[in-house]
Structures are given as C-alpha cells and as structure tokens.
Design a protein around this ligand. Structure first.
Ligand code: 13P
Length: 256
C-alpha cells in the first residue's frame, strides 16, 4: 500500500516569521505521528527558513510553483535549480496558477518534466470547473489534462497527483466522499493504463475544502491516499488533526 501523503499549501499567506512559527507548531504537534508523509508548502521566500525549522524531523517541504527552465531573463521567476536541495516537492498545475496566471497543460507538462529532471517530486494538480462538471465533462477534462501534463514522463517514481475540483477550492463546499472517490478511481485508471503496475506507487490526493471534520470521509476511500489542504493547513492544530486522522484510517486499513 502506498504511503499516504498530506500536503499543506499555504498559498500567498504567512510572513517569514509566521511561516517559521507555523512550521514549528506543526512539527511539535506531529512529533509522534507516523505512517504519513507530511509536506509543508510555504511561499518561496520562506522555503529556506521552513526547511531549517523542520530539519531533523520527518516533515518535508515543497514549493507551490516553479519555472520550467533552469535560468534566464525571467524576472521574478524561481527555477528548479534554485529549489533542488532546498525542498523535496513542488506543487504544479494548481488551478489558481491555471486560472490567474494562464498556465496550460502544455506549460505544466514542461514544468513536470523539469521538476523530475532535477529530483523534485511533483504534486500535480488536476480538476474540473463547476461548468465542466455540470456539462457532464468532468471525467474527460480530468483524464485529458492528466495525460497532457504527464507527456514524456516515462516512469512515475516520485510523482503524486492531487484531484482538486475547482468548485471545491476555498469555497467551504467540498466534494462528497463519493464524488472524490469516483474521480480518484478515474485518475488511478488513467495512471494504470499509462504506467501499469508502477502506477500503484503514485499517491492520489483529494484537495478542496478539506478540514478535520471531513478528512475521514475522503481518506477512507479506496483510491484516495491523502489530502492537499489549503485554508486548514494555516492552523497548526487543524492541519495536525488532518494528518492524525489520515494516519489512523490508514493504520486501521492496514490491519484489516
Ligand atoms: P482549500 O483547502 O482552502 O479549499 O484549498 C485547497 C487547495 O487549493 C489546496 O491546494
């Protein structure tokens, strides 16, 4: 069974001091929790400080985005070479990057390729809009987007996929466990078609208004291996509780 993964996407929140305090509080709260890979994704400017704050613990650090080239005249951008050594993961293709910054599947694909080349583990986000869901196109949109973003990725080692329906992000209206499971199962089928048995190593996460109250509903699903958490990851106790619940559900599943 794949190790579950819970990642906190802090988005454009926290000053440097707040980020360090949050990382320390999460570290304290999770000192005794095992069996879940936990990733903190602070803003770029706090990556080094958060990496220092969690050094020596099992917590991992991720960036929220990355440019697809190593260097060049790209004012304001951050390259994979700058990230490798500083963090282990990078969120790519988040719907906020797609919506506000015009990122396409093609661009996300170039980023995924570069991340892998530099030893960074992509948390690749895919998900449909409300309109696409209402038109009955959710499955087609997600599977096409997934395949387009994975073009040229021959081996899936290190990859994680987050199914994040756009309509559930930051709205307080999560998908139901059943909706999330159906889409996670689809993601898994697409991955299995593409990678065969190796696909079983890829954690498939759900993201969109995850809180301690609804975590169980998602992580009990057979095809969901964890969560990508936005708002609730900014509160150490809420985030720690989401991780604990994930660990509990998974250890029960392992026993059963
Ligand atoms: P919320 O948990 O705030 O809905 O955000 C989800 C998300 O976008 C994580 O990447």
């Amino acid at each position: 069974m794949v190790t579950p993964l819970v990642a906190g996407n802090w988005k454009m929140h926290t000053t440097l001091a707040e980020a360090v305090a949050l990382a320390r509080a999460i570290r304290r709260a999770l000192a005794r929790v095992q069996g879940v890979e936990v990733v903190l994704c602070p803003p770029f400017v706090s990556l080094a400080a958060v990496a220092r704050a969690v050094r020596g613990s099992a917590l991992r650090v991720g960036a929220q985005n990355m440019h697809h080239q190593e260097k060049g005249a790209f004012t304001g951008e951050i390259s994979p070479t700058m990230l490798s050594g500083l963090c282990q993961y990078v969120i790519l293709g988040h719907s906020e990057r797609r919506r506000h910054f015009g990122e396409t599947d093609d661009l996300v694909n170039r980023k995924v390729l570069k991340a892998v080349e530099h030893g960074l583990r992509p948390i690749l986000c895919v998900g449909e809009s409300l309109e696409e869901r209402q038109q009955g196109r959710a499955e087609g949109v997600v599977s096409q987007s997934l395949l387009a973003c994975l073009k040229g990725i021959g081996a899936p080692g290190g990859l994680a996929i987050a199914y994040e329906p756009v309509w559930a992000i930051g709205t307080g209206v999560p998908a139901t466990g059943e909706q999330a499971q159906l889409m996670a199962a689809l993601v898994r089928r697409v991955l299995a078609d593409r990678y065969g048995r190796e696909a079983a190593q890829i954690p498939v996460l759900y993201g969109g208004s995850v809180t301690p109250t609804n975590t169980q509903e998602f992580v009990v699903q057979p095809d969901i291996d964890g969560a990508l958490v936005g708002g609730a990851s900014l509160d150490a106790e809420s985030f720690a509780q989401i991780v604990r619940l994930t660990a509990q559900v998974r250890s029960r599943a392992g026993e059963g």
